[in-house]
Design a protein around this ligand. Sequence first.
Ligand code: SF4
Ligand code: SF4
Length: 219
Amino acid sequence: MVIGKKTSCDRCGSCCMQGGPALHGRDLALVQAGALACEQLVTIRKGELAYQPLCDSPEPVAGEFLKIQGQGGSWCCMFYDEAAGACVIYEQRPMACGLLDCTAPEPLLAITGKDLLTRFDCIDVDDPLLPLVHQHEEEHPCPDMVVVAQKLQTKDSRPVMLEELGVQVNADLDFRHKIAELRQLSVAAEMFYFGRPLFQLLLPLGVRIEKYPEGLRLL
Ligand code: SF4
Ligand code: SF4
C-alpha cells in the first residue's frame, strides 16, 4: 500500500485485502467476548518476515503477535466481503482497523509494534494445549528468516541451509501431526496455537517443496 497517492479514504478495500491487522491489548475484549474466535487468528512468530502496516516489503518480526486469518489462500482478511466491499465485523473490528487510513497514517503508525496481543494472552492457563505450545516453541522455534534468506541467496551456503531447513521442516510437521491427531485439532486452530508451519514460511524465499513418503524435501 503506497502512502500519499490518495487524498482521502475512498473505501477501496485495499488495506483489508492486503491482510488483516495485528491485534493489540484492547482487542483482547473481542476475543473474550467471542467476537473473534482463536480459530480466526494466526500467530506470527518471532523471527518470521511479515508486512508492517503501510509498508511494501516484509520485515523481521521482533516479537510474536496475532493477526486475522486470510481467505482463499491469500492474506486478504477473512472478514472482508469483496463483493459488498465491506467488513462483515465492522462494529467489532480490531482497534488497528479503526485507526487505519492510508491517507493519514500517523494514528496507526503510533501504535504499530506496541502492546501487541499474543496467543499467550488468549489461551486459558488450564488449556491442555498450553504446555505443548511452550514445548513447540522450545523444540521448534522459528529460525531467523533474515539469516535464512541471506544463506539461501548465497550459492555456497544454499545447499547446507536447505539440508538444515529440511530437518527442521520435517520435525516441525511431525510435532504438529502428532498434536493434531491426539487433540483433534483443526488446521485453523493449529495456526493459532503453533503459527504457520516452517515450510510455508520458506515458499516466499524461493524454496520449492517436494513430498516423499519419508517427508518433505526442499529444493
Ligand atoms: S484506508 Fe486506504 S487502502 Fe484502506 S480502504 Fe481507505 S483508501 Fe483504501
Ligand atoms: S477486520 Fe474488517 S476492517 Fe479489519 S482488515 Fe478485516 S475486513 Fe478490514
